[in-house]
Design a protein around this ligand. Structure first.
Ligand SMILES: Nc1ncnc2c1ncn2[C@@H]1O[C@H](COP(=O)(O)OP(=O)(O)OP(=O)(O)O)[C@@H](O)[C@H]1O
Length: 268
């Protein structure tokens, strides 16, 4: 399905292919309203940032998009088809990968093994035996290619244990894993929160590479300068609802914070 990105939200201007579309998502926790009817649109080859104050519903929203929570009401379409995710694996199988702040990597395993966690590739055993063997060499080669494609030059050896990597490099492994298998959408929850300036910049460069590969990227962040640097559009959550969608060109950081806190209202 091809949809035209609304001009008011500034997405690249022309026709853009919509990957993900959520309409009227509602999620309550007892009497607490997490989401009160939220719409979200994501296009191919764009970075959509989600910003909002604490408790605005950002995590609840991405959990509903990635199968970690099942919304009480609302619809989700991926590539124009209705999807109903009951668990994270459903979203992953459909092409949505999530990198949480607490990284889903196993420190003691090497990079290639982490990339292929729960997706190990096997090859035929010696002399055509029916026993299939783990294709370690093949996995390392392909892992190296995935990491290289994202422009992560600092990781040299795919056999290196992840626990010996820096924070930024670990994040890079998690993002590579998502990019190598996700195919369509990568969701990053505060990917730079625990990183220094140099490592944060590396992660932002990776985000740009994912976009250049045509993936849709959703980036939750409290770091406004980073959001204004990397996002194509910015979805603002406030009190469980979508307060508006802006772009770094249409609005300043001060405006964004104003909309987040309710000090400023978007027209229309
Ligand atoms: N499992 C839960 N049980 C009860 N209430 C919840 C649960 N998860 C979220 N909430 C509530 O839903 C609302 C939205 O929370 P959410 O975590 O989505 O916000 P957030 O924007 O991600 O906040 P933060 O920036 O602080 O992480 C909050 O009022 C929160 O207390």
């Amino acid at each position: 399905m091809t949809a035209v990105a609304p001009d008011s939200t500034g997405a690249a201007g022309g026709t853009q292919q919509q990957i993900l579309s959520a309409r009227g998502l509602i999620k309550t926790f007892g009497r607490v309203v997490g989401l009160d009817g939220v719409d979200l649109d994501l296009y191919r080859g764009e970075v959509l940032a989600i910003i909002g104050d604490n408790g605005a519903g950002k995590s609840t929203l991405i959990k509903c998009l990635t199968g970690a929570l099942v919304p009480d009401a609302g619809t989700l379409e991926l590539d124009g088809k209705r999807v109903h995710f009951q668990r994270p694996q459903d979203a992953r199988d459909a092409g949505i990968e999530t990198v949480y702040q607490q990284l889903a990597v196993i420190p003691a395993l090497d990079i290639a093994s982490n990339l292929y966690l729960a997706r190990e590739e096997r090859r035929a055993g010696p002399l055509g035996s029916v026993l299939r063997m783990l294709d370690k060499k093949g996995m390392r080669e392909r892992a190296g290619k995935a990491v290289q494609e994202l422009g992560i030059q600092t990781i040299q050896n795919m056999g290196q244990a992840v626990e010996t990597l820096s924070g930024g490099q670990r994040q890079a492994v998690a993002v590579s894993r998502a990019a190598a298998f996700g195919g369509k959408v990568v969701v990053l929850d505060e990917p730079t929160a625990a990183l220094g300036v140099k490592e944060s910049n590396q992660v932002l460069e990776m985000v740009k590479s994912l976009r250049a590969k045509g993936l849709g990227v959703i980036l939750i962040s409290h770091n406004m300068p980073q959001v204004w640097e990397v996002a194509d559009r910015i979805h603002i959550q406030r009190l469980g609802g979508r307060a508006g969608v802006i772009t770094p060109q249409s609005h300043s950081m001060t405006d964004g914070v104003g909309i987040m806190t309710g000090a400023m209202k978007l027209e229309g």
